[in-house]
Design a protein around this ligand. Structure first.
Ligand code: NAD
Length: 516
């Protein structure tokens, strides 16, 4: 287990243990940091931000590429820490790291082009000015992360915030502090000069302290319920927030879909990481013409997936023991309301290990359809056509990701789904494409990580209008004349007033006295 440098704590000596969810064994112990320690960390970050923001994009890229190099060379070690703290298979942990590295490299490479100073048109009325815009670092970004993808998820904020020139204070989930410590330690090795990326550890109160510590933006990833608390805490200091919250993603299967590919994707989308995926598939809507065929294929495939703690298991244990109770409640509620488990069911929901469950005939107002289950379960519903599939998909208060399997209408259906992201004839693909923005609508949150939007999320737009020639018309001066106003009104009418049968507008205040 990696050791960490967290700086002074106010709750002298207070620590918490990080546990292996498969065995309950303690794998690390970390300080519970209070408001004072968090404030001191943010203070140190503020000084570091001055230095980091003073580097050129190219210099920052060199440091970030070096960090990526360290992570890549020690990928096995980091994957082991992830496996120990979340229970996810080692190979899944490795895949998660590789995807995060792609984002780190993209952010480092593209920050200059996306955020650097550029000239923009100044328009006819302001032709005597030159206009430029650039995106400047905000300062210190607080990042609060979840445990389910303890590298990929926070790195979606951390990598982009650093590439944009900010310092970062990272509070990982209390279930995965060792992963957070590992990332921060690795960064300190390549950037030893200043604490540009720092760690604070603890529970919800530590996160709340970070919200109140005067950071320049707070990037939160976690549940919708916690997101509301984060927003409330940030409201006191008018700290802007980026919210990446929960989801209830649907996968749609059209009558002409490749059913083998759709079944494979639904199973992986629903069961990978034991269903503990914000953009995991939780609901499947299938055209009635292919429902029986699809369901048979899905059920047969599901028999090949097993949860366990041994290396042969495709999915690991539930990371949070309390999540099993949520999964059990959803499955029982679905069955009480007339649903059927065609694979698994309440009996396969153990305290740590939950085996795959596939539910059919589940009413749309059941918990398994309306609430985030966050376990290896799928509801599969028959729809009369794809309009009904889109309607039911969009009935959720969440709107994070989604997927469509259709040969002819994939993109058309994707565009009609109310979600931040949609994969067509695949699942989750959008998360692995660094140039695509990632984020949701509704109770899934707002703001975007990844891509150009993700870089701009951590920057302030700075607009500069520079006079480049003497004024053609004095518009912003009390010396403005009636003639100027008339010219302006004529130009405005010519440019914007087409199709109107009214005479050009001239302010009566500017008309000659006798004409008023
Ligand atoms: P959570 O909301 O319980 O905790 C997230 C983080 O918030 C943790 O670090 C926690 O310590 C901290 N926290 C708790 N109370 C706080 C408070 N009052 N103020 C500030 N911080 C506080 O979520 P979780 O169980 O760690 O993660 C699972 C959830 O995250 C799921 O709902 C999942 O859908 C969501 N998630 C979303 C995305 C996305 O990109 N949209 C990605 C991954 C996970």
């Amino acid at each position: 287990m990696t050791t960490l440098e967290t700086g002074p704590t106010t709750n002298a000596g207070a620590t918490f243990d990080s546990l292996d969810p498969g065995t309950g064994e303690v794998v690390g112990s970390y300080p519970v940091q209070g408001a004072e320690a968090v404030a001191e960390t943010v203070e140190r970050a503020r000084a570091a931000a001055k230095w980091w923001s003073g580097l050129s994009f190219a210099e920052r890229r060199t440091h970030l590429d070096a960090w990526a190099g360290v992570i890549t060379r020690r990928i096995g070690q980091l994957a082991e820490v992830m496996h120990a703290e979340t229970g996810k298979p080692h190979t899944d942990a490795q895949l998660e790291i590789v995807l995060a590295l792609d984002h780190l490299a993209w952010a480092a490479k593209h920050a200059s082009k996306v955020l650097g100073r550029k000239r923009v048109p100044s328009g006819i009325s302001m032709v005597d000015h030159a206009a430029t815009v650039e995106y400047l670092p905000r300062g210190v970004i607080g990042v609060i992360g979840p445990w389910n993808y303890p590298v990929f998820t926070p790195m979606g904020s951390i990598a982009y915030a650093l590439a944009a020139g900010n310092a970062v204070v990272f509070k990982p989930s209390e279930f995965t502090p060792g992963v957070g410590a590992w990332l921060v330690d690795a960064f300190a090795q390549v950037v030893p000069e200043h604490p540009v990326l720092q760690l604070v550890t603890g529970f919800g109160l530590t996160g709340e302290a970070l919200c109140r510590a005067g950071v320049d933006k707070l990037a939160f990833t976690g549940s919708t319920a916690t997101a509301k608390l984060v927003m409330a805490a940030c409201a006191d200091t008018l700290t802007p927030v980026l919210i990446e919250a929960g989801g209830k993603d649907a996968l749609l299967v059209d009558a002409d879909a490749d059913l083998d590919a759709a079944a494979d994707a639904a199973l992986w989308g629903g069961m990978a990481n034991a269903g503990q995926t914000c953009i995991g598939t939780e609901r499947v809507y299938v055209h009635e013409r292919v429902f029986d065929q699809f369901q048979a294929k899905l059920s047969a495939l599901a028999g090949t997936v097993r949860a366990g703690t041994d290396p042969g298991a495709q999915i690991g244990p539930m990371t949070m023991p309390t999540q099993s109770a949520v999964v059990r409640t959803h499955v029982l509620d679905a069955i009480e309301r007339g649903g059927r488990a065609v694979v698994g069911g309440p009996d396969v929901v153990g305290d740590r290990l939950v085996q795959p469950t596939i539910l059919v005939d589940v009413p749309e107002d059941s918990l398994a359809v309306t609430e985030e289950t966050f376990g290896p379960t799928l509801t599969v519903a028959r729809v009369r056509d794809m309009d009904e599939a889109v309607e039911l998909t969009n009935a959720s208060r969440y709107g994070l990701g989604s997927a469509v399997f259709s040969k002819r209408r994939g993109v058309e259906l994707a565009r009609r789904i109310r979600s931040g992201m949609t994969a067509v004839n695949s699942v989750i693909a959008f998360a692995a494409i660094p140039s695509l923005p990632f984020g949701g609508v509704g109770e899934s949150g707002f703001g975007r990580i990844h891509g150009q939007d993700g870089l701009k999320e951590f920057a302030n737009a700075k607009a500069v209008a520079r006079r480049r020639m003497p004024a053609l018309m004095a518009l912003t001066s009390f010396s403005r004349t009636a003639k100027t106003d008339k010219i302006m009104a004529t130009i405005a009418t010519l440019r914007h007033g087409r199709g109107l049968n009214e005479p050009p507008f001239v302010s009566p205040l500017r008309l000659p006295r006798q004409a008023r």
